[in-house]
Design a protein around this ligand. Structure first.
Ligand code: PNS
Length: 163
């Protein structure tokens, strides 16, 4: 068994992420979901603490999974938690292009390896960006995220903007 870091923005965590976490648990054992944040330039829909809270609420009953924030580099986060590998989910060939470059770059910095897992076929289209966009106009995203995230989004955007 191994410890892996899954780094990402998770703004918010969605069903595709959950699939990748579950694959990583099955393959490696101990999984740290790392909410990577640039604390000097806060941005996004949810604060780092909210992202952690929502991710934890979306991942119940997984005793080997922890969620926490990290500032700075993913390679430093991986070193901090003693990760043997980083794990990234791939949805599309476009994902592979950028992720391959990041994997090579990260490996060149500290020697950490990145393992790619393919996203579940029915979750490959899901993205946090579109979830934020749809939710912010009052659209239903409950089929794309876990119930705790759906509830928070529905509550926050009960009224569409400029209505
Ligand atoms: O969920 P995302 O937005 O695709 O995740 C991107 C993330 C956070 C994994 C990436 O931007 C990252 O690793 N940021 C930390 C800074 C870093 O390590 N940069 C060097 C990348 S080679």
């Amino acid at each position: 068994m191994a410890t892996v870091l899954i780094p990402g923005s998770f703004d918010p965590l969605h069903l595709g992420h959950i699939d990748v976490v579950d694959q990583a648990v099955e393959l490696f054992g101990d999984v740290v979901v790392g909410v990577l944040v640039n604390f000097d330039k806060p941005s996004g829909m949810f604060t780092p603490d909210e992202r952690v809270e929502l991710a934890e609420a979306s991942l119940p009953g997984r005793p080997t999974v922890t969620v926490r924030t990290f500032g700075g580099l993913a390679v430093q986060a991986a070193a901090d938690v003693g990760a043997d590998f980083m794990v990234k989910g791939l949805r599309t060939p476009q994902d592979f292009d950028i992720e391959q470059q990041m994997a090579h770059t990260n490996h060149s910095v500290t020697g950490i390896r990145t393992v790619f897992v393919p996203c579940r076929s029915d979750a490959g289209f899901i993205s946090s960006r579109f979830i934020r966009e749809i939710a912010s106009y009052g659209g239903d995203v409950s089929h794309l995220v876990a119930p705790p995230v759906a509830a928070v989004l529905a509550d926050r955007f009960a009224e569409p903007p400029n209505s």
